[in-house]
Design a protein around this ligand. Sequence first.
Ligand code: FAD
Length: 316
Amino acid sequence: MIVRDFIFWLSTKKNVTDAIARRGIKHGFALRFIAGEQLDAAIRACQELNREGRRISLNHLGENVTTVEEATKVKDGYIEMVRELDRCAMDGNISVKLTQLGLDVKPGGRELCQQLTEEILTAAAGLRRDIEIDMEGSPYTDATLDIFEAVRRRRENVALAIQAYLYRTEKDVERLAPLHPKIRLVKGAYREPKSIAFQKKQDVDANYCRLLDKLLDGRFVAAIATHDAAMLDHARKRIAERSVAQDKYEFQMIYGIRRDLQQEVRGQGHPLRIYVPYGTEWCPYFMRRLSERPANCWFVLKNLMVETFGSNGRKR
Ligand SMILES: Cc1cc2nc3c(=O)[nH]c(=O)nc-3n(C[C@H](O)[C@H](O)[C@H](O)COP(=O)(O)OP(=O)(O)OC[C@H]3O[C@@H](n4cnc5c(N)ncnc54)[C@H](O)[C@@H]3O)c2cc1C
């Protein structure tokens, strides 16, 4: 836990992330979890996944934008991405973070963010495409739910991620049920205090299963986003017991993580979507993935050592 917390803490330090970012693409280790820094590289990765029968959700990495100009630029970029997905006839959608779309801008961030989100949704609806809203740290939970609720009342082509580690999530699910939305269930990737979130894996897992049972009760479209074999087993059991139709659920996993499980789920004929991140702002995302599994750090160190010293151990 201490190692996880330390890596997570480092991920919030810009001088650390900048230093890692300078090396990550050059030395190749970032490409394990990131589909590239530019859209064309990401599209190529997505086409490959589509060929393997996997849907994609493309995310342009970045968070916590602080000016109207930046947020508007991000919005234009997302509309461009949707058009590109359509032009390439991809089986996929996009995922967005609301702090990229101006939620932190002061004053008026919430209104700006809702307006930009609606603009993306309108453009996507014209192409019969949908978007998914990621859930960020707890300071943004209320605003994210409010904005989702407001835009979902007007547009059907929007889904939302919710986090099983938060005590509040069961109530949030009930609040959203009348909208019959698509909900992506995740465990939660941020560090949250015990006043608001389960800390033990077994408690998070138990809540994940409880929430999943609700999401598969017919009122929602469930996106089951996890690499945890026990959660996958629970989901497959419920789907079989309740004969859940394939348009009412999908599994979701992250690009580069547990490719064995991705293959297994797809091989069993379940719909699977891969979350594909790309862009130059990849370091905080990359470090959250490291903090989830500190063993990944060895993979990074090994790459750096081989690049620096060569496989024979001599410094280059
Ligand atoms: C499609 C998708 C979208 C997501 N969107 C959000 C979001 O919007 N907001 C949010 O807070 N979180 C999001 N997450 C992240 C999520 O909250 C978890 O942090 C992450 O998925 C790890 O949890 P897990 O369910 O895989 O289970 P865990 O119990 O963490 O892991 C189970 C097993 O999966 C494997 N594994 C998990 N993570 C890694 C890793 N980084 N590297 C290698 N192996 C790993 C390991 O084998 C591990 O034993 C998303 C996850 C997915 C799959």
